[in-house]
Design a protein around this ligand. Structure first.
Ligand code: ADP
Ligand code: MG
Length: 366
């Protein structure tokens, strides 16, 4: 079920001030995919989700779910939340502590006055789906965090919603459980073939779970793309910086050459992935730490092909973080973060050369 959001704005008024929580949002969320709203705290993710669900009333625009207009300012339409055919999993109080597993999952069917036998059957099927069969009588308080999340998912799914929405559902779990539950959730959603809208501020979660990510800032959608597109090939500096560790270097475009864009910057002359930025313009060169390749031995001679994007620097600091060393390399006034093999025999003060693959030298607008 596709969701279309057109010109949606939402203001809050608090302490005499107007807060623009959503600023003319236009967005199409595709059918049967996992679509994530990613952004820093306060960027409007929860507000947008609550507008879709019907728990919040926008100030302008239109929201359609499939063929139904569920909210429209101009047409004066406002379908109540329970009639929108949605399931939702929240961050906190995901399940009711005073009820057992069965009652938690059965609740959405009981309020619909479904016959008891049918409720029992539907709850059993849904608990089987989330691998919680046999837990019906277990009090909610006697479940682990991961099990509680599965029950919350079962409760959101039991009434067979057209769309399921999640607001930071894993943020209360510890790091290891969060990773396991994320994998589980991805598998469950893959089997379901349902439209899922997922809100998070956690970039790794967004990258690992999503078919598509919309990055939000200050009530607006900045950019939408697959995890790969957003990580490797963002159009905006804010997105490139938010989605992962990035070295950002001020650069000036000096030429177009051989399908690449060439810039001058604090690292010297760097050949980058092609971007339509006019010669003479300022841009930001974005280099992820994992693509800085330290070369042992002497630097390739200038003029040699391998000399393309070869840079000399000095190791300023070295921090062992387990799988890699995080190294700060000084090049003139620039300081680059690199991630290198812990076997590398390097120490502070060493001179190093490194290369940058033009395919991983991304130019974004200032
Ligand atoms: P996110 O989920 O991305 O952290 P929210 O949608 O919760 O962001 O909030 C967007 C903006 O709206 C923030 O500036 C927040 O402080 C404000 N806001 C959210 N809910 C309310 C409210 N009920 N009253 C006043 N301001 C609110
Ligand atoms: Mg939120």
């Amino acid at each position: 079920m596709e969701i279309r959001i057109r010109g949606v704005s939402k203001y809050y008024y608090s302490e005499g001030k107007t807060i623009k929580a959503l600023d003319d949002v236009n967005l199409t969320i595709p059918s049967n995919k996992i679509f994530t709203l990613l952004g820093p705290s306060g960027s409007g993710k929860t507000t947008l989700l609550r507008c879709i669900v019907g728990l919040e009333t926008p100030d302008a625009g239109e929201i359609c779910i499939g063929d139904d207009v569920v909210w429209s300012k101009d047409k004066n339409i406002s379908v109540p939340p329970e009639k929108r055919g949605l399931g939702m999993v929240f961050q906190t109080y995901a399940i009711w502590p005073h009820m057992n597993v069965f009652d938690n999952v059965a609740y959405p069917l009981q309020v619909r006055n479904m016959p008891k036998d049918e409720i029992r059957q539907r709850v059993a099927e849904t608990l089987r789906f989330v691998q919680m069969e046999g837990f019906e009588r277990r009090p909610a308080t006697k479940l682990s965090g991961g099990q509680q999340q599965r029950v919350a998912l079962a409760r959101a799914l039991v009434a067979e919603p057209r769309v399921i929405l999640f607001d930071e559902p894993l943020s209360n779990l510890d790091a290891k459980l969060r990773e396991e539950t994320r994998k589980e959730l991805r598998a469950f959603l893959g089997k379901l073939q349902i439209t899922a809208v997922y809100v998070t501020h956690d970039r790794v979660e967004a990258l690992a779970l999503s078919d598509s990510i919309a990055v939000m800032r200050a009530g607006q959608i900045v950019e939408i793309g697959t995890p790969q597109k957003i990580y490797f090939d963002a159009d905006h500096r804010f997105v490139a910086d938010f989605i992962g560790r990035a070295n950002l270097v001020k650069a000036t475009v000096i030429a177009e050459k051989g399908g690449c864009t060439v810039v001058d910057c604090g690292l010297g002359r760097i050949v980058c992935q092609h971007r339509d930025i006019p010669v003479g313009s300022e841009a930001t060169l974005c280099i992820r730490p994992e693509f800085i390749r330290i070369v042992s031995g002497a630097a390739p001679a200038a003029g040699n092909l391998a000399a393309c994007n070869s840079v000399e620097g000095r190791i300023e600091s070295l921090v062992f973080v387990g799988e890699v060393y995080e190294v700060e390399i000084g090049v003139g006034d620039e300081h680059l973060l690199a991630r290198i093999d812990p076997d590398a025999k390097l120490k502070e003060g060493d001179s190093v050369s490194f290369t940058l693959d033009p395919a991983h030298c991304l130019l974004v607008a200032i």
